[in-house]
Design a protein around this ligand. Structure first.
Ligand code: ATP
Length: 265
């Protein structure tokens, strides 16, 4: 396969405003009011209250702290047990049409996300979900591939791509839909360092707001605001360096502990 690279200082061809300069990023408001969610009566999110505007919001927390569940609630994929979550005033669970239009979500495993055999079909699919004709969707998908300098990927079989390349296909599919908010649920887990760095560069070009979930603070460099979740509650929210510094201190302390032995109740 011919390779095509995005260089460190890319020439961005602005096509349908898919990419704009970072300083033009449009912030989004996140509001949680008394948000709780339980699975089989086991609380996973407990009475979360939050109201802030962000362009790049990081969410950190240990395994099982409720990060993915919060992401799913925000994207409208799961209903809270009580309380409310909105993005720019919209309850995404109540308004499925707005959810498809306004929120893109990128999961850890691209194989759980990709359903079509070729790159073009995969990228075009979301656009048909937005109501575009198949022909228009394919045209717009080709524009997106071109914006990412990946026109030569159009007819490539997704099954032949590496894990990092599959992540990029998912990212292109979501960016093509131009959501206001992109939710990244540990999308870099398991990727090697250069692949992570390259995907981060592509992400940097996305002009909407980003919610980036990770248990690794390294991934959240560049988030102006970070929310730390612990056992389904907000432990701290504030500027990135401030929250990450406290989080690392606590994670280092817990590393000397043996709570891996504790089973969920
Ligand atoms: N569909 C479900 N049914 C039952 N329990 C669930 C379900 N989804 C998540 N949980 C539980 O909710 C808790 C929080 O899970 P969640 O995936 O939100 O945490 P997380 O912070 O994203 O964890 P990780 O970093 O390990 O991905 C976990 O104990 C998990 O087992």
């Amino acid at each position: 396969m011919a390779s095509s690279h995005l260089k460190a200082e890319p020439t961005i061809e602005i096509q349908r405003n898919i990419f704009t300069a970072r300083e033009k990023t449009t912030p989004v408001q996140i509001a949680l009011t008394g948000l709780s969610l339980a699975f089989e009566q086991r609380p996973v999110l407990s009475d979360l209250d939050l109201d802030l505007r962000f362009s790049r919001l990081g969410i950190v927390g240990r395994n099982g702290s409720g990060k993915s569940t919060l992401a799913r609630v925000l994207a409208g994929l799961v209903a809270p047990s009580s309380g409310k979550a909105t993005l720019d005033g919209v309850d995404m669970y109540a308004d499925r049409r707005a959810a498809i239009r306004d929120v893109g979500i990128l999961f850890q495993n691209p194989d759980h996300q990709i359903i079509f055999p070729t790159v073009l079909e995969e990228v075009a699919f979301g656009l048909t979900q937005l109501g575009r004709s198949k022909r228009q969707a394919e045209r717009d998908a080709l524009d997106t591939l071109a914006a990412f300098h990946k026109s030569d990927w159009a007819d490539v079989s997704v099954a032949t791509l590496s894990q990092g390349q599959k992540h990029l296909v998912c990212l292109m599919a979501i960016v093509a839909m131009a959501p206001k908010t992109l939710v990244l649920d540990e999308p870099f887990a398991g990727l090697d360092i250069p692949t992570k760095a390259q995907l981060r560069r592509y992400l940097h070009l996305f002009s909407g707001a980003v919610i980036h979930i990770s248990h690794d603070p390294q991934d959240l460099k560049g988030c102006e605001t970070v929310l730390w979740l612990d056992k389904g509650r907000i432990e701290k929210v504030g500027t990135g360096p401030d929250v990450i510094s406290d989080y690392l201190t606590e994670m280092t302390r817990l590393g000397d502990d043996d709570d891996i032995s504790d089973l969920p109740r």
